[in-house]
Design a binder for this molecule. Structure first.
Ligand SMILES: CC(C)(COP(=O)(O)OP(=O)(O)OC[C@H]1O[C@@H](n2cnc3c(N)ncnc32)[C@H](O)[C@@H]1OP(=O)(O)O)[C@@H](O)C(=O)NCCC(=O)NCCS
Length: 221
């Protein structure tokens, strides 16, 4: 018989709830509930699942695997901070890929990463740890998506794109082949990115241009 493992999703917001729904389509997991930073929500239920505690309580649940599923564009550094507080070995993190996503056998996905339905990884894509990939994202040949990156729904990355650690690619953005999105940068919804985006900057539009500094520019590596 197939092993069933316990799972906790850290973050009971929009992306956490989407991840919980994806888990209903994945055999092998018993979803115990959510972790959340807001201790006022302890004992509440969200979509029928309890909030079990904050990072301290979740880290102490030694038999449960964890994914950190926060993905708000308003605070897209949150996954990195939560993972730092949890202080868990990589073996405690689940990697969740919705069965309706297609991951080429030559692609790799790191621990703690979540890939939602209809996303495609075509060939030799490398996805780091604690990466959030929302539905209908197209990741093509040789793309490299580093740790803590968030790619929102419907974004399309041409071949050989590199998205550096902690960056955010907004809904429906399109990125030209070979371009690098710098660490901690944010690309806005619908942007058409034709050139490299420097670290810690927000770029929008078609063609994408500088809008303002990103909020996490001091934290990025
Ligand atoms: C880029 C973004 C972060 C900017 O947010 P913001 O700093 O609050 O910016 P504002 O809404 O105040 O807009 C500032 C200016 O940028 C423009 N702008 C904002 N977002 C834009 C976008 N995606 N494309 C083009 N222009 C944009 C606004 O029209 C405004 O222009 P103006 O000064 O000429 O009026 C935000 O609009 C965005 O795209 N976030 C990503 C959302 C997303 O992908 N969510 C998915 C998961 S929930």
């Amino acid at each position: 018989m197939r092993d069933i493992r316990d799972l906790v999703i850290y973050g009971a917001g929009g992306f956490g709830r989407e991840t919980a729904q994806a888990v209903t389509a994945l055999p092998g997991w018993r979803l115990l509930g959510f972790g959340d930073d807001d201790r006022g929500r302890l004992g509440d239920t969200v979509d029928g699942l309890p909030i079990l505690g904050d990072t301290k309580e979740i880290a102490d649940m030694a038999d449960a695997c964890v994914v950190v599923s926060t993905g708000s564009p308003a605070d897209y550094d949150s996954r990195r901070r939560i993972v730092a507080r949890l202080e868990l070995p990589a073996s405690r993190y689940a990697t969740l890929v919705h069965p309706a996503a297609w991951v080429a056998p030559s692609s790799r996905i790191g621990p703690g990463s979540v890939v939602l339905a209809q996303t495609v990884l075509t060939a030799s894509a490398r996805i780091g740890a604690h990466v959030a990939i929302m539905p209908h994202v197209t990741v093509t040949h040789d793309d490299v998506i580093e740790d803590y990156v968030t790619i929102a729904a419907g974004a399309r990355l041409s071949g050989g794109v590199r998205v550096r650690a902690g960056a955010y690619v907004g809904t429906g953005a399109i990125v030209r082949q070979g371009v690098t999105i710098g660490p901690g940068a944010l690309v806005g919804m619908g942007a058409v990115v034709l050139q490299d985006v420097p670290a810690g900057e927000v770029w929008v539009g078609s063609p994408a241009r500088y809008l303002r500094p990103a909020p996490h520019r001091k934290e990025v590596r």
